[in-house]
Design a protein around this ligand. Structure first.
Ligand code: C5P
Length: 232
């Protein structure tokens, strides 16, 4: 698995012009880019194609969760856009996840990595149990990651606090993508369980999803250069 660059910048902007202006200051050798539900709903496939044409590796973070056939077609549509990574909800189950993975087979070496979201980090224990789950969140995350591996996916999105356990359980080729990263002097904003880039990498994270610590920095380009120079 080619890992560099290991920082994925979350493009959480509501304005397409602002995104394009921001991306112009970055280089594909410094970072990958994440397009989530908000930006995709505003900018659509055209924006994703523009980012791919600028030679960025794009993580299309749309968290597909539907019947297996629909998820398979959605994964193919993502691959047609030329993205590097796409994701589904592990809660869709093995049949849904396997269908997504199978749909990517025909893309060969150009197939995007397919990863799964286990439990959204916004759930607390009460909210999780209210959905009817018998296990607590930690046990559920482990179980859902097991299903993800069984379905042949490439890895999971997880909190850096779960990364060490998942790394030990699933081995070095299982890809761990961790959001909730903050630099020492950053505000936590709406994130509760935050870790530094150093701690996330030490716990076994492969890719660090970083949004506001980079997008709100006075000089994102030099911050990325500094992080790449010191972390990897
Ligand atoms: O600005 P910040 O670094 O908190 O952005 C984190 C990004 O990672 C956001 O795009 C958020 O939607 C995403 N994310 C997350 N927690 C998850 C999955 C995705 O924060 N469990």
């Amino acid at each position: 698995m080619v890992k560099q660059p290991q920082i994925i910048v979350a493009l959480d902007f509501s304005d397409i012009k602002a995104v394009l202006g921001f991306v112009e200051s970055l280089s594909p050798t410094q970072c990958r880019l994440k397009v989530g539900n908000e930006l995709f709903t505003r900018g659509g496939p055209d924006l994703v194609r523009r980012l791919v044409n600028l030679k960025f590796s794009v993580f299309l973070d749309l968290k597909f969760y539907d019947i297996p056939n629909t998820v398979a077609q959605a994964c193919s549509a993502a691959a047609d856009l030329g993205v590097w990574m796409v994701n589904v909800h592990a809660l869709g189950g093995v049949a849904m996840m396997s269908a997504g993975k199978k749909a990517l087979q025909s893309y060969g070496a150009d197939a995007p990595l397919l990863i799964a979201v286990t439990a959204l980090t916004s759930y607390n224990e009460n909210q999780w149990q209210s959905l009817g789950f018998k296990q607590n969140i930690n046990a559920s995350v482990l179980h859902l990651a097991q299903l993800t591996q069984q379905a042949g996916l490439d890895g999971v999105v997880c909190s850096a606090e779960e990364a060490a356990v998942l790394r030990a359980q699933f081995g070095s080729s299982f890809c761990l993508v961790t959001p909730g990263i903050r630099l020492e002097d950053n505000a936590h904003d709406d994130q509760h369980r935050v870790v530094t880039p150093q701690a996330a990498l030490a716990a076994g994270s492969d890719y660090l999803v970083m949004g506001r610590s980079i997008t709100r920095s006075p000089n994102p380009q030099s911050l990325l250069a500094q992080l790449n120079g010191t972390l990897f």
